[in-house]
Design a protein around this ligand. Structure first.
Ligand code: NDP
Length: 367
């Protein structure tokens, strides 16, 4: 890699022709070799979260918003002016595959409704572009596997848009848990919910969302239990909550609660809901506890431990930092870290499928 000319490096980044498995191991200092070069990201699906990403990308050092893919011509006009996007980098869902010929786009970031992630991740991979996918990765484990396979076949890398892996408060609870600072973990409680009552939202349509608040919000609760404990759950029990709004929740659950059992004896109990606001994490260990609330949203976060310590970390632009960290790795032509890999996203989807099965059957489901 060090012997590549800058031009051949850029072509390889752009065409994504380096198989992830063959990526050479370089220090991130090598990013400096490409000083001034920013990774060009195109966002697919210009909805609410794409707006956050676009603003975050304005703060990024190593990547920029270079392109957009949208089905709404008025958004194309608006974004083109607001973010100075060249006409050549603007696509719709029909002509999207032509991005394969566009050397000014390195990465496709899929920010579409959940059930569309698979199709656009696979089309992006076939176009030779690295892929970032929003959570949840897809709606079935099989879909996730196909996405991973497509990226491997195309020799491009696949990243989950797991913003909390760059968020200091969450990385602190990961450290406290994995380093067993308060001893062995016994119980985790992590819940995320907000009130939603819009029957036209794709999030309440099973075909597009794959499920209700579990798919949308519960994925974070599953994630946090896994990265704080460093363990994989072996079985799950779960219960659907009552449906209080029968007009809206005809296809997906309104609330769900579940209990993940881990090999060490740890239990992680969580709820995700569209019926009330909740955003908290609590871990009880043999010699104390640590907690965050808010814990999962965009902050500002607040955390404390049983030592009486208040956590005090800088607030960051989560989207900007996440994209920058991914960009640094891709610019250095390194392999993306496992904790944001497609395999990681697939494991969360697998666990969520087991949670649904447990709630539907009333049985403990092995994972
Ligand atoms: P929105 O509904 O706000 O936006 C989705 C966009 O997708 C639409 O604006 C539209 O863009 C495009 N789209 C294409 N086909 C459809 C369709 N059939 N129905 C609806 N939209 C369609 O959703 P969000 O931005 O909130 O969520 C998008 C993804 O991002 C989801 O997977 C979600 O889970 C994830 N997300 C992640 C967050 C995080 O914190 N990491 C936070 C919020 C969401 P266009 O008009 O340009 O075609």
């Amino acid at each position: 890699m060090k012997n590549f000319s800058r031009r051949s490096f850029l072509e390889r980044v752009s065409l994504g022709t380096v198989a992830a498995a063959a990526l050479p191991s370089l220090s991130l200092a090598d990013v400096n070799t490409f000083q001034g070069r920013k990774l060009n990201i195109a966002l697919v699906g210009l909805g609410r979260y794409a707006g956050y990403l676009a603003e975050g990308l304005q703060t990024a050092q190593h990547c920029k918003l270079a392109g957009i893919v949208t089905g709404t011509p008025s958004k194309a006009e608006d974004w083109k002016k607001r973010y100075n996007i060249p006409d050549n980098n603007i696509y719709n869902y029909k002509n999207f595959d032509e991005v394969s010929r566009n050397k000014d786009i390195d990465v496709i970031y899929v920010v579409l409704p959940n059930a569309m992630h698979k199709e656009y991740a696979i089309r992006a991979a076939k176009a030779g572009k690295h892929v970032i996918v929003e959570k949840p990765m897809a709606i079935t484990e099989q879909d996730c596997r196909e996405m991973i396979d497509a990226c491997n076949r195309a020799g491009v890398q696949l990243a989950m848009g797991y913003r909390l892996h760059y968020e200091p408060y969450n990385m602190e609870i990961k450290r406290l848990g994995q380093e067993k600072v308060f001893g062995k973990l016994k119980l985790i409680e992590a819940s995320l919910g907000y009130r939603s009552a819009d029957p036209s939202e794709w999030r309440v349509k099973k075909a597009l969302a794959g499920g209700g608040p579990l798919m949308n919000l519960g994925v974070y609760c599953v994630q946090v239990a896994r990265y704080v404990s460093g363990e994989e759950p072996t079985s799950v029990t779960a219960q659907f909550g009552p449906i209080t709004n029968k007009l809206v929740f005809t296809e997906v659950e309104e609330s769900i609660t579940w209990q993940l059992q881990f090999p060490s004896g740890l239990v992680a109990t969580s709820s995700s809901t569209y019926n009330c606001r909740i955003d908290r994490f609590f871990a009880s260990a043999e010699e104390g506890f640590f907690e965050l609330s808010p814990a999962i949203s965009y902050g500002p976060f607040k955390g404390r431990t049983s030592n009486g310590d208040e956590m005090n970390f800088p607030e960051i632009n989560q989207q900007g930092v996440q994209c920058d960290e991914i960009a640094k790795v891709l610019l250095a032509n390194q392999k993306l870290p496992d904790h944001i890999s497609g395999k990681e996203g697939m494991q969360d989807v697998k666990i969520m499928q087991a949670i649904y099965k447990a709630a539907e059957t009333g049985k403990r489901i092995a994972i």
